[in-house]
Ligand binder design. Sequence first.
Ligand SMILES: CC(C)(COP(=O)(O)OP(=O)(O)OC[C@H]1O[C@@H](n2cnc3c(N)ncnc32)[C@H](O)[C@@H]1OP(=O)(O)O)[C@@H](O)C(=O)NCCC(=O)NCCS
Length: 148
Amino acid sequence: MSCTIRAALPSDEATWRQLWRGYCDFYGTQLPEEVTNRTWKRILDPDSQVMCVVAEVDGQVYGFAHCVVHENTWETQAVCYLEDLYVTPAARGHGVGTALLEWLRNAMRAEGWARLYWMTKADNAEARRLYDRFTQADDFVRYVVRLK
Ligand SMILES: CC(C)(COP(=O)(O)OP(=O)(O)OC[C@H]1O[C@@H](n2cnc3c(N)ncnc32)[C@H](O)[C@@H]1OP(=O)(O)O)[C@@H](O)C(=O)NCCC(=O)NCCS
């Protein structure tokens, strides 16, 4: 299977929206339409720190990775936070998720990001099997304070 990883294009919008809905469903979340619209807008905006790469096989997009490249206080170089990773259920287990992560690891080297990092739920066994092949999880714990 030959999987191409590339930046999302305006023509990916319908498929991206479908995949994004699947990802939100996976997390049991219903996001307001304005959030989805703004996310898509930022993905296409070259001045935004949000980026999206999609995984395409035979002209069909099966998954995406969303990242935010940002400054940090521990390095002189920027770092890349992988915020969302998703592969449509029917396409899982064929290396699409691996291809997306490998592409990001190569981009890290090419762009000079000091690191690529992400988090997942402790009980997300499927994702963690994949992640464990890239690196070891550390022991940081996430705290979140919300506006509402
Ligand atoms: C996590 C997720 C992105 C993985 O995507 P994926 O495309 O299935 O990942 P891969 O196919 O690269 O790897 C998964 C398995 O397929 C196997 N695999 C990899 N390449 C393969 C290939 N060419 N042929 C067959 N199997 C392959 C891997 O060995 C792995 O098997 P394992 O479970 O025994 O370790 C996907 O399951 C998903 O979207 N889950 C729901 C959302 C989610 O949890 N996202 C992460 C939130 S942090």
